[in-house]
Design a protein around this ligand. Sequence first.
Ligand code: GLA
Length: 390
Amino acid sequence: MNDTDKLQQAFRELTPTAPRLFHAPGGVNLIGEHTDYNDGFVLPVAIDRGTTVAGAKRDDRRVRVRSLNMEETVEFDLDVPGDSQRGIWLDYVEGMARTLEARGVRLCGADLALHSDIPDGAGLSSSAALEISVGMALLTLSGARMDRVALALAGQEAEHKYVGTRCGIMDQLTVTCARAGHALLIDCRTLENIYIPLDTASTAIVVADTGIKHRLASSAYSERRAECERAVEILREPLPHIRALRDVCVADFERHQMILPEPVRSRCKHVVKENKSALLAAQALHSGDVAKMGRLMNCSHKSLRDDYEVSCAELDVMVKSAQSLPGATLGARMTGGGFGGATVNLVRRDALEGFPDAIALDYLWITNISPSIYVVEASDGAAEITDGNV
Ligand code: GLA
């Protein structure tokens, strides 16, 4: 039985009504890390793994949800106020429903069954995929519409208020707006995005999950955000026009860096350079200069490791393993929030065959942990599935 059949079967255990199917992909960021909450640029792709929801409308205002991954069925009532930040998976689902209602959408009750094949805690936007797939299902079943950017913003708000993670907007926008065969250059201030075609014939994207779940991730993430805000406060003295680190160019940083205390200076250095690199990377991809794209990815890892200090020993080993295969690897870096999770690798398609095993063995040899390696395809954003296939 494939995953869609399992989902349909789980749904039939909830209700005999025929379901509609919705899918939201996970995502991986190629470059532009820790720039989204600084109003900067990011360059992610959606991947060919995601969360699928089978759903049907109910006549009342109850939402019953079966998660195949958690092997659990739970429910809540849209007319009865609920709790937030309980630390359970329902926070994402219920949070999304309540956020949509708070934004003026009247939802109907629904029966939902969910299944995800995105590894959790690997920095592959599994939370955003859950929020957006559920949000799209509830909206569609209720006969309501919302544009993709508004849906992404609702997902981010659900995560802030109901899950308690102050994430940026990258993951939710990737999941809603991505396009197959393209990376998405997102301006996280205006929320505009430009589709950059990928040369999928000659390059492949490989995600290597270290198997280390984000350690200390949420406290360190808030700390980094606060350090960036502090940098803006201090730099506003000589540069009164700036609103976020997005407004600081490399020359400005170099001119004024000495007024910043450490570690704020190093954090600022990473963000300012990374922001520029995201734009250069988009240009490089656009002009087919994959070697330059790879070099920018390698530099990004170095700066995340040394200046932003969000890498960890296992991520560094995984990156080094890939970089020690120059015939195959164009670039390798940690991706996502850091402190565990996965690396993203840009690999020559003609040398792809031995690549996953080579880095997996090297990593296993050094860390004694067996990693999961995924060759991913840049995929479309969230949608209703009308042909039965994801
Ligand atoms: C996490 C957040 C994103 C982004 C990345 C770092 O994945 O969810 O919004 O800030 O970290 O680039």
